[in-house]
Design a protein. Structure first.
Length: 80
């Protein structure tokens, strides 16, 4: 948790920066090449899980970014 919480805080704080992209788009096929979502029979190491979280955050749509607009929701709710 000491590693993951700062990553999430940084991700959220980056949403307020105008230079941050709303999405770093990759097609679904390209995403499958970049991120290995396979689950093995043995559990993954903490390092592998943290790396996966970094990749997921990198390619996720930043729905709390001020430039993100969708029909039913937009904006930031840090408490939520």
């Amino acid at each position: 948790m000491d590693t993951i919480i700062p990553m999430i805080v940084e991700y959220h704080e980056a949403n307020a920066r105008s230079k941050t992209k709303v999405i770093e788009y990759l097609s679904p096929k390209d995403l499958q090449k970049v991120i290995d979502f396979s689950v093995g029979e043995k559990c993954s190491s903490l390092k592998i899980i943290i790396d996966l979280i970094k990749q997921v955050l990198r390619y996720s749509v930043r729905t709390t970014h001020p430039r993100f607009f969708k029909m039913l929701y937009t904006g930031t709710d840090p408490i939520g």
